[in-house]
Design a protein around this ligand. Sequence first.
Ligand SMILES: Nc1nc2c(c(=O)[nH]1)N[C@H]1C(S)=C(S)[C@@H](COP(=O)(O)O)O[C@H]1N2
Ligand SMILES: [Mo]
Length: 234
Amino acid sequence: MAPRTFFEQSSPLARRELLRTAAVGTVLSVLGGSYVLAGDDPRTSQKRPDGRIRLPPGQRLISALKPMGGEQGDPSPSNFKLRVHGEVGAPFELDFQGLLALPQTEMALDVHCVTSWSAFDVVWTGVRVALLADKAKVKPEARHVIFEAAHGYTANVPLAEALAPNVLVAHKIYGKPLARAHGAPVRGVVPDLYFWKSAKWLTGIRFVARDQPGYWETRGYHNHGDPWLEERYG
Ligand SMILES: Nc1nc2c(c(=O)[nH]1)N[C@H]1C(S)=C(S)[C@@H](COP(=O)(O)O)O[C@H]1N2
Ligand SMILES: [Mo]
């Protein structure tokens, strides 16, 4: 028999007591039956390859990205230009066709918004920032990457973290072009930092020697933004 939820048959007081004492994913034995805590998704307590628990502390899982706003850029692929520049030996510019002509990566990645929602297995398609860095011949002086977006929005990421294989310049989500609200035509995706680091309406990738706190980092948010360390506020 499939386990029923404890909530289907418990009083509000019992629920409260239970929630106070039971951890996420707890399987309960009640009157001989077995019950899984309602609202829990077993994926939240999985271990990642890096050993961390999949759902960072203080986050709750939702089923899809929430559009979080921001000053939108031009969504038209034909007007798109991406500058790859800064501390590099071979700066270049890509138009949308140029981006598509590079080797593409498709990955299911979890994202974590500082407002406390997370979404699992969001499928992105795009080009690795590491590949753009190689192509631009990043100089040894470079230590940080500034993701540049429409209307002056920026987000800073340490170089080593920006070169991780799951950091993308993405143009598709679940195999379809990005919606305008989610950054069309192209956005950054930096899944292991809070989602404000994933700049929508991307216009540039700039490699810099000295760190340069970006839009939210200069407005009270943490300079780094690691969800597992709850680096929410600066
Ligand atoms: N250009 C730009 N990028 C941005 C933002 C923004 O305001 N402007 N907001 C950030 C924040 S705070 C979050 S949580 C995510 C939200 O992305 P979504 O709207 O696709 O969920 O985008 C990030 N990227
Ligand atoms: Mo956010």
